[in-house]
Design a protein around this ligand. Sequence first.
Ligand code: DGY
Length: 323
Amino acid sequence: MAKPKVIITRRWPQGAEQAMQKHFDVTLNEDDVPMTTAQLQDALRNYDAVCPTVSDKVNAEVLDINGIQAKILGNYGVGFNHIDLDAAKKQGLVVTNTPEVLTDCTADLAMTLLFMIARRAGEGERHVRNREWTGWRPTHMMGTSITGKTLGLVGMGRIARAMAHKAHFGFGMQILFHDPYPPPKEVVDALGAKQCDSIEDVLRQADFVSLHCPGGKETYHLINEERLAQMKPGAFLVNSARGDVIDQQALIAALQNSTIAGAALDVYEGEPNVPAELLGMDNVVLLPHLGSATLETRMAMGMRVFDNLVAFFDGKEPGDRVV
Ligand code: DGY
């Protein structure tokens, strides 16, 4: 029997591509340039499986075509807000993602952001590289201590829980969170965490606020001008979730007006564009969407897509089915 035809929209670590190539008839995007709407539509018409990722907008327009051959979208990544699930469902597509394998890696990156903004790491590095450092002195680049401070988590899914574990047991931080679908009490208790009834409760009390909710319509601009105003003036905002969870213009204003002390961002509205205002601020850490970017994790994500496709084409239920 002919192998299923699979297209992978961006380059993966070599080992994961090779595993796919052994099992499927694979087309790679050799140049690794994001595919256009027309190219994604061609992929849907000509392949049995399309494996997109966060940089592909598989929206209603892309999916509004006749003659789809694809049966499954094997998404490379845990987040799937770049895929219009209703439109995919209408086309009879199964959609899978890659949860769990990137949990610790992304939580580590959220901690990295927290450390970088608290201890002015990006600013300090630029200072040394620009040959501006004139030597040690007691008042030079004083940051903010982390140990014993309060970390407020917006969303308490896997990544937030992993961050809570690291922050509480590693750095003695107090953990607060709000999630409309909170984890079971024993999970909360094991993390020494305190559940808050509202996002505002978290924002008012936390020294560091870290966002861990999914992207999409329900969380669009969840952190807006009013909510930023609820944060302590000395608090920092950390985002490793999705860019449009924050109203970026409201954040810029809050930073300019010292409503909050700083922000550490790995994700942006309209990625990869980053507003000039943010680029010019020293109390902002800016990383290029590195949450899951370790070789081990990116390999594991590829193998998770592989497992989902193998199960699907063997007529079984893929482990990570979203729709
Ligand atoms: C995800 O998995 O959703 C990440 O944002 C991509 O690393």
